[in-house]
Structure formats: C-alpha cells, structure tokens
Design a protein around this ligand. Structure first.
Ligand code: SAH
Length: 276
C-alpha cells in the first residue's frame, strides 16, 4: 500500500489551502511537456500498423502486462495495489481488436465517438493519488468510488479491484453499453454502471470515499464536492487557473472543509453536460 512517503516522484507539488478555507487554486510547477492521456485516431491507426507484440508473446500472455507494470514502476508509480490491478486487468480486452497490439504501450487509444481510453501511466497516477487520501490510506482500499467517464470500462475494472463499490457514469449511451459488455467478464456485482450526466454525480449512493473523473471541465462541479465523504479524496482534471490548458486537481474533504491541490498539466477530453 502506498503511504505519504512514497508519493509519485516529484510531479505533484503539494500546495494546500488552509483547512476550512473554500476550495482555492494553488500555483503549480509545470512539467516541460503536458501529459496527453488522449491522442488522435490517425496517429493510433498509423502506430497499429507499425507495432506488434514482441515475437513469441501473445496479448493474453501475462508477460505483456508485466512489461507495462515494470515501466510504470520505473516511472515512479509505487502503489502496489495499483500495480497489482494493472497486472491482472487485460487492457487489450477493452480496445478495438485492430488496436490491441498497442494496448500495453503507454498510449491512449480511440474507443469511438471521439473518446479515448487514457494512457496507462495517467490512469495509474490518478488512482495512486486516490490511494493517498485519508480514508483510503486508513482502510487500505478505495471504499465507495464514483467514476465519471466510464468510456470503455478499463479504469472501472481497475477501480473495482481496489474498491468496495464502484459507481461509474457515462453520458454517451453507446459507450455505456460497450463498457457493460466489456465488464461482463469481470466481478461486476459491486460495479454499478449508469448512463447519465456525471456532472451531477449520483446522490442516491453518496457519500463517496473516492471520486475520479476522466474528462475535464472549467471547474470541479459542486455536486462532486457535496458528494465526497469526509476523509475522502477527489482527483479530476479542470481548467488551469491561468485559463490555458488543464491541470489535475486533488480535493480532500476534512471535518474542517475542503483542501485543494493543483498538479501537473494534462489533456483530457471535455467534460460535457447532459446525456445522449
Ligand atoms: N476512463 C475511460 C476514459 C474515457 S474518455 C476509459 O479508460 O475508457 C472520458 C469519457 O468521459 C468519455 O467517454 C466521455 O463521453 C465521458 N464524459 C464526458 N463528460 C461526461 C459527463 N458529464 N458525464 C459522464 N461521462 C462524461
């Protein structure tokens, strides 16, 4: 399990508002290159032609996932629960078979309707940050999780391996149904997939110990803050304070109020209101 002493390497300067203060934006040191969890379909298709699994290794071979996890370790991911989950969940089963050869590269891939499955390194870092929240640190698991942006369901499957319950919301019906099919083979009894506007959260199952979003809006919606349990942590992309690009935002809810940290620059697909 991760502890505060094994935070992801130097990427996320702590920048906390005073306890009890309203959520406030801090200044963040920017890495030279923004993280790009998404990328263009044309690039992915071009790479699909070029890349193939190392000779002798089929995609079902656990060695494929081991290589990915080793790279994540080298990149500073320390949380064993995250690494174990990534060893067991077959990412290639969540992407189109034409792109499956790239499933264990550190790259985002198109999943249809202009959306993408996020890069493994970004998924790992976001879940690792969730694990450093107070409740998760104490419990050793993510508790009850609200995920916004189910997409193809890969991150949902990872979260399910580390949580008591996962409520995952997707605004696009075809992707909601895709995730339902993909996740059928996993332990789904504690996964609740919902088709709807995740900006509103899901009050009937609130409060949530962990909230994570795979799409970024102007601000963290108030509904998510309201539905975060005391001791819980939220990790989501939102517009940077200077108005240029997105940053990861971490919000901890304490007895005294909300503590907000801003982190590295990212590029997620837009958080959109409504469902269709
Ligand atoms: N974790 C997903 C990422 C998918 S991309 C994966 O690994 O596949 C982000 C997703 O957020 C898209 O599917 C998009 O449709 C969805 N999304 C954007 N705004 C949303 C909203 N308000 N409510 C629910 N889902 C939303």
């Amino acid at each position: 399990m991760s502890t505060s002493s094994d935070r992801p390497r130097g990427r996320f300067p702590a920048n906390l508002a005073a306890p009890g203060a309203a959520p406030a934006v801090g200044t963040a040191r920017k890495p030279a290159e923004p993280l790009r969890p998404q990328r263009l379909l044309a690039e992915a298709v071009r790479d699909a032609r070029r890349l193939a699994p190392p000779s002798g290794l089929g995609l079902d071979n656990p060695a494929m996932r081991q290589r990915m996890v080793e790279r994540l370790r080298q990149d500073g991911v320390r949380c064993e629960a995250v690494l174990q989950a990534m060893l067991t969940v077959p990412r290639h089963g969540f992407v189109d078979s034409a792109l499956a050869a790239q499933a264990y590269e550190d790259t985002s891939l198109p999943i249809g309707l202009g959306q993408t499955i996020s890069k493994p390194s970004v998924v790992a870092r976001m879940i690792e940050w969730l694990f450093l929240g107070q409740s998760a640190r104490q419990a050793g698991h993510l508790g009850r999780v609200l995920e916004i942006g189910t997409g193809c369901g890969y991150q949902t499957a990872l979260l399910a391996a580390m949580a008591r319950q996962v409520v995952s919301m997707e605004r696009l019906q075809p992707l909601h149904e895709l995730a339902r099919r993909q996740l059928a083979a996993h332990h789904t009894s504690h996964i609740h997939l919902l088709h709807g506007d995740g900006m509103l959260g899901h009050p009937p199952r609130a409060p949530y110990d962990s909230i994570v979003a795979a799409a970024g809006g102007e601000e963290v919606p108030a509904a998510w803050l309201n539905q975060l349990a005391v001791g819980g942590r939220l990790v989501a992309p939102a517009r940077a304070q200077d108005g240029r690009g997105q940053v990861l935002v971490i919000v901890d809810r304490t007895e005294q109020g909300y503590l907000r940290t801003t982190g590295e620059t990212v590029q997620f697909v837009p958080l959109k209101s409504g469902a269709c």
